[in-house]
Ligand binder design. Structure first.
Ligand code: UD1
Ligand code: CA
Length: 454
């Protein structure tokens, strides 16, 4: 059976009060419209987006993973679906979704399709019951509990407004029935819009069978029409993700205050302390501690890594390594196991061998550092001359005294020792002590006058 999906994303989203298209507002760094696209793709459907308002921006965000049809004027959801008639016409089943309902799951849409097929329906809408149905279309059923039509809030009479079963804005149709109904849609309603929802009563009038599949979890159909609903949707998504991690064995101390993006993986018994943000394709091993106020983006942490109040970007960190507090691990570092990266250390584009200690107030940029190296406090890799960046190499077991500058490119060979306060500009051979600072002069008695004045 060939399934196609049409997702509507042409509307302006006036209620968002924004200069951006509504469907490009983000939850967890991903545009709203990306969520339904991913879900229908998981069902194996070809996807067509109906775009209009700010269509170039939408196309730029989504790219060529879908087809596009353009709705020049936004004359309603029904009119939007009409723009995709040629896209659908060679399919058996078609899913229609709106681009502003990011919380729908693949499982629910699969259940909708199963229900539709089992009941030999021609068109099935996804519905749910909510306490406050204001703003949604209502599912109107007859005395036999059969669906008759959907009535929009603005067109509903007093009795219809009391109906709490609402239209989730997601549907599955037998394509031929939908196409014939689309040709008969009109805009005869309070808003002079072509309501897509009217296709249901047209199919019924043509002796077709329509139905609604009611789900319990009403959060899945939350439509984002305002920035309040955007925050609501983000909060539901956040809790869904956090709950799943906790069910998988992760300890999240303050789930309301922990932001984990959808593609993150975390191993068992890892503890996530409050106020952490974990983004992109980050993978965290087992038994780690992600301490208070840490932000990790697109990084790999092996087992037993301990991080405290730090920022980690695009980097890999080996087992039993400790980071922070207040370390900034900038992109492209490969840090070994049993490493200690302490407070106010910044790393960039560097390899750090296992057992190395960079305990405090140090900058390591563009360097290949071996194993068991010790960086004294305040070491700086001087890697930039204003025009070019240079790499340095610090081999195994090197000891660097405090407050040293290593002017790149430079090589410190194995077991070399850098005296504190040195500015190293030349390579240092193996087992060599390098001192590169001016000699101390003691002027006896010179401080006496000064001391007696004060
Ligand atoms: C719609 C449904 C309502 C349902 C609700 C669920 C209709 C008539 N109403 O109302 O029954 O309860 O969704 O969330 O369908 N769009 C276009 N072109 C247009 C108009 C809209 O592409 O000309 C797109 C919008 O970008 C949006 C989607 O269609 O992604 C839904 O439009 P919206 O105005 O948000 O419909 P609702 O009033 O929420
Ligand atoms: Ca909506």
């Amino acid at each position: 059976m060939k399934i196609k999906a049409v997702i509507l994303a042409a509307g302006k989203g006036t209620r968002m009060k924004s200069s951006r298209a509504k469907v490009l507002h983000k939850i967890f760094d991903r545009a709203l419209i990306e969520y339904p696209i991913q879900v229908v793709k998981e069902l194996g459907a070809d996807v067509c987006l109906v775009v209009g308002y700010m269509e170039d921006d939408v196309k730029k965000t989504i790219g060529d993973q879908v087809q596009y049809r353009v709705q020049e004027e936004q004359l309603g959801t029904g009119h939007a679906v009409m723009q995709a008639i040629d896209f659908m016409d060679d399919s058996d089943l078609v899913l229609i979704l709106y681009g502003d309902t990011p919380l729908i799951t693949t499982q629910t849409l699969q259940e909708l399709i199963n229900y539709h097929l089992k009941h030999h329906s021609d068109g099935t809408a996804l519905s749910t019951k909510i306490e406050n149905p204001f703003g949604y279309g209502r599912i109107v059923r007859n005395g036999f509990n059969e669906v008759e039509k959907i009535v929009e809030e603005r067109d509903a009479d007093k009795n219809q407004k009391r109906i709490t079963e609402i239209n989730g804005g997601m549907y599955v149709f037998n394509t031929s029935k939908l196409l014939s109904a689309l040709h008969q849609l009109d805009n005869n309603n309070s808003q002079n819009e072509y309501y897509f929802t009217d296709v249901l009563k047209i199919i019924l009038a043509e002796d077709g069978k329509i139905d609604a599949f009611m789900i319990k979890d009403s959060t899945q159909i939350l439509g984002v029409n305002s920035k309040v609903q955007l925050a609501e949707a983000a909060s539901i998504m956040k809790m869904r993700i956090n709950n799943q991690h906790m069910l998988n064995g992760v300890i999240i101390e303050d789930p309301l205050n922990t932001y984990i993006e959808p593609d993150v993986e975390i191993g068992i018994d890892t503890v996530i302390e409050p106020s952490c943000v974990i983004k992109s394709n980050t993978k965290i091993g087992a038994e780690c501690r992600i301490g208070f106020n840490t932000k990790i983006t697109n990084s790999i942490l092996e087992d037993n890594v301990d991080v405290e109040s730090s920022v980690i970007v695009d980097s890999k960190i080996g087992q039993n390594t400790h980071i922070g507090p207040f370390a900034y691990i900038r992109p492209n570092n490969n840090i070994g196991s049993n490493v200690k990266i302490g407070d106010f250390v910044e790393l960039k584009n560097s390899n750090i061998g296992s057992g190395t200690k960079i305990s405090h107030l140090t900058y390591v940029g563009d360097a290949d550092v071996g194993q068991n190296v010790n960086f004294g406090c305040g070491t700086v890799l001087v890697n930039y001359d204003g025009k070019n960046k240079y790499r340095s190499e610090i081999q195994d077991n090197v000891f660097i005294g405090c407050n040293s500058n290593l002017v790149s490119p430079v090589v410190l060979h194995e077991h070399s020792y850098i005296a504190a306060g040195s500015t190293i500009t030349k390579d240092v051979p193996e087992n060599t002590l390098a001192i590169a600072r001016s000699k101390q002069e003691n002027k006896e008695g010179r401080a006496k006058n000064r001391n007696s004045k004060s």
